[in-house]
Design a protein around this ligand. Sequence first.
Ligand code: DUC
Ligand code: ZN
Ligand code: ZN
Length: 482
Amino acid sequence: MKHDLVINGGTLASSSETFKADIGIKNGRIVTLGEDLKGEDVIDASGKLVLPGGIETHCHIAQESAMSIMTADDYETGSISAAFGGNSCFVPFAAQRKGQSLRDTLNVYDARAKTKSVIDYSYHLILTDVNKKVLNDLPEVFDFGITSFKVFMTYATRINDSQFLDILTIAREHGGLTMVHAENHDMLTWMANRLTDSGYLDPKYHAPSRPALAEEEAINRAISLAKLANAPLMIVHVSTPGGAESVRKARFQGAYVFGETCPQYLFLTREDLNRPGLEGAKYICSPPLRDSVTQEVLWKHISNGTFSVVSSDHAPYRFDETGKFSSGTNSDFRKIANGMPGIEMRLPLMFSEGVKKGRISLNHFVALSSTNAARLYGMFPKKGTLAIGANADIAIWDPDETRHVSEMHDATDYNPFEGREINGWPVTVLSKGRKVVDQGKLIAKPGDGKFVKRGRCDLTGLSGSRLIETDPDTNFGAELFK
Ligand code: DUC
Ligand code: ZN
Ligand code: ZN
């Protein structure tokens, strides 16, 4: 067969196997895995690793924060930065504003993304205003190919437990996945007020204002709600040993519970919030950075399989009055924009510190950075694997290239991981067989990336929570009490 493009001589890795083969690509798809393949165009990948392109499923792009601050990145700069970091697809958020219909929310984000992204994209729909009409409209969203939702248990955008149960239930009925930011709102508010009332205002007080207990309580509650609805739930940005342990336990029991953690909780600590002057503001993110003991425990949960994905939670705000200091440089920690950049750093950090240091296998790296996300967010097997018929979404890595981290390609003006030595870098990224970046150069054009219509969340291997109250055979428990 005549291929449009052939990748020759590389070592391929999927989430389960590592093997030497050439890849033949035609019309944007992988059509042959074999030896001595021929094509119109050829990439020599000898000495390189050929992996499924990364899929970034937690990033904030062209999105107003809970404090109405627009992210520094739009779909152009955000997707370019993602691609330089080894990603061929990303799924940012479309955030509903109070009073806004779901269709209008998605129209707004379609307009923000359409002509800009260099890689394929979709959105998770953030639900902040949950009433009868919104719940009635929710099933229609699945027809558009949006099959994941995010809710908050804190901020003005938080929902209550009963609204949470309604969303979980509708999502489950349509094969969707609900994601949650789990922190106890009243614990956070009470702690922040105590600190600010006593004059503790600097960036470093962001950490004690959001104690581990607030995350652990909310994660436990969220898991209980998911069990009651017998519905899939992704706990995003887990940052505490207690939270991770609750995810592990729920998964062990078979509940449809998934966990995500992020590089900042593995590589940074709350000491970074204590940098001189206002520098600490760069490290304000929520949940907050923790400590080195937590880092070790989170790594264990990565190695042992508690977490299904490691995502960047790229929430980019510039270190100036357009971003971090939109409320001024004299304001207390509560008013500093919440989040840090890192979409370009996620995979290099995880490869260098995970694979190279022997904490995870190469195949586990592929699972955490691409395959599991494709399965959970309804894109598998089109994306997330190197199989015949799959989209030719591919990242070619030089496992031996060492760099010291400096500037990224996003629109922020700092890199929280600056100065760190990283071993192993993505050198070429393909999306549907076309080069997006190659040898440090951007090849793709804004608008080359297309919207991905997603399908059902893959729940293989989990039995669900099987409570009497979720068993239709006993009429949800009612028959037992006749
Ligand atoms: N939660 C996120 O997921 N990202 C940025 C800030 C936040 O609270
Ligand atoms: Zn969050
Ligand atoms: Zn986030």
